[in-house]
Design a protein around this ligand. Structure first.
Ligand code: PLP
Length: 427
């Protein structure tokens, strides 16, 4: 069958059991795989044959999940990683190394900001941050001769900025470099960035993809569409001496990027996902489409309620018609964006604190995109390392409350919010 719908892919893609095989993707909790001859194993090492030989480089459980996510995003291949951070790091390092440069939207997750602002910089990669609403001219101006990629989030955490994917892709492609998009918040259920020009998609699978808060993980998806043969990416188009002189574009064709990520970076850096985590992630993926629908419905109603409450000073959710990103959200995520709503209540920081302390159903956690409603004050937690100026640039004002609306009954979620806002008002 061809062109299955996304909700069907969530359940069936990546694994087709044969006669008498387990119906559910099995956990292959083994580091290693046996072969009858060393020649057969040698062929695997030489990339002449396909198969598993060591779990750092590939594992049957991980493989099923990788195939499923690649199908959901519409890519040619995927590689799951030990965390979303590892996925972001490897996605860049695969094509951009010391002495080179990348352009990045400033509206990104705080952890990714640190990674690019500090760690990748210390590794010799220069990063230019651009405003998320940068024009084509501004994006062009940020490019340098040694720029090797552009990075953005479809829908940023926690500022909920919607990136104009087609614009960013145009700027990147004019310069002969790929656009890497972190699609964690919308998930491929609500947006497939590859359809809008993204070349590489990354995720923190820790979030909606898992949805149950039981594993930390990431994934890199290769669209297979970028032409690496433009002279800027010799690591993909010239022999890799550390891997028997393989030329990734010749050996793997459109899957060159993801093959290199595995053969080179996963081999050397070893940020692989544990098979048990891949199994848990797969359980989450099976219900992703259903959960996203409910998250989005609940979040829309919660955002509308917050907007109508005079004790709330501002509300940010791209599904609200007055939102500055409403039009872009309608274009890129017409069926819903995500379950996250950001807002501030009158009384600033102190009232926000009181509000959070008063919640009974929603839990105060660092996590987001869980099936349980949860809430966070980024300025005092995940983003506390950022200066006021950086907070402002990242679109995370000090009074911002990030509410991750779960899939509980809407009635119960609203009742909890109302009683907590009531108490915060009496602070
Ligand atoms: N990207 C986004 C958008 C995130 O929200 C996060 C974590 O919150 C990450 C990447 C990092 O993922 P992880 O925590 O799985 O390393």
């Amino acid at each position: 069958m061809k062109d299955l719908q996304r909700d069907t892919l969530c359940i069936h893609a990546g694994y087709k059991p044969g006669n008498g095989q387990p119906r559910v993707v099995p956990i292959v909790q083994s580091t290693t795989y046996t072969y009858e001859s060393s020649q057969e194993m040698g062929d695997l090492f030489d990339l002449k044959a396909e198969g598993f030989f060591y779990t750092r480089l590939g594992n049957p459980t991980n493989d099923c999940v990788e195939r499923k996510i690649a199908a959901l995003e519409g890519g040619v291949g995927a590689m799951i990683t030990s965390s979303g951070q590892a996925a972001s790091l490897l996605s860049v390092l695969n094509i951009c190394t010391a002495g080179q440069h990348m352009v990045c939207s400033s509206a990104i997750y705080g952890g990714t900001f640190n990674l690019f602002f500090k760690t990748i910089k210390e590794m010799g990669v220069e990063v230019t941050f651009v405003p998320p609403a940068a024009s084509l001219e501004e994006l062009r101006a940020a490019m340098r001769e040694n720029t090797r990629c552009v990075f953005a989030e479809t829908l940023s955490n926690p500022s909920l900025v919607v990136t104009d994917l087609e614009l960013f892709a145009q700027a990147a492609h004019e310069h002969g470099v790929p656009l890497i998009v972190d699609n964690t918040f919308p998930t491929p259920i609500n947006c497939r960035p590859i359809e809008f020009g993204a070349d590489i998609v990354v995720h923190s699978t820790t979030k909606y993809m898992d949805g149950h808060a039981v594993q930390v993980g990431g994934v890199i998806v290769d669209s297979g569409k970028f032409n690496w043969d433009n002279g800027k990416f010799p690591a993909l188009t010239e022999p890799d001496e550390s891997y028997h002189g393989v030329v990734y574009t010749k050996q793997f064709g459109p899957a060159a990027y993801i093959a290199k990520a595995r053969c080179h970076l996963m081999r050397d850096l070893g940020a692989q996902a544990a098979p048990m985590n891949a199994f848990l992630l797969n359980l989450g993926l099976e219900t992703l489409a259903l959960r996203m629908e409910r998250h989005c419905q609940n979040a829309q109603k919660v955002a509308e309620y917050l907007q109508s409450d005079p004790r709330v000073s501002w509300v940010n959710h791209p599904g609200l018609p007055g939102n500055p990103y409403y039009a872009l959200a309608q274009k890129y995520m017409p069926h819903g964006s995500c379950g996250v709503v950001a807002f501030g209540i009158k009384g600033g920081r102190e009232a926000a604190q009181k509000f959070m302390d008063s919640l009974e159903l929603a839990s105060v956690v660092t996590h987001v995109a869980d099936l349980r409603t949860c809430v966070l004050h980024p300025a005092s937690t995940t983003h506390r390392q950022l200066s006021d100026q950086q907070l402002q640039e990242a679109g995370v004002p000090a009074d911002l409350i990030r509410l991750s609306v779960g899939i509980e009954s809407l009635e119960d979620i609203l009742a909890d919010l109302k009683q907590a806002i009531e108490k915060a008002g009496k602070a």
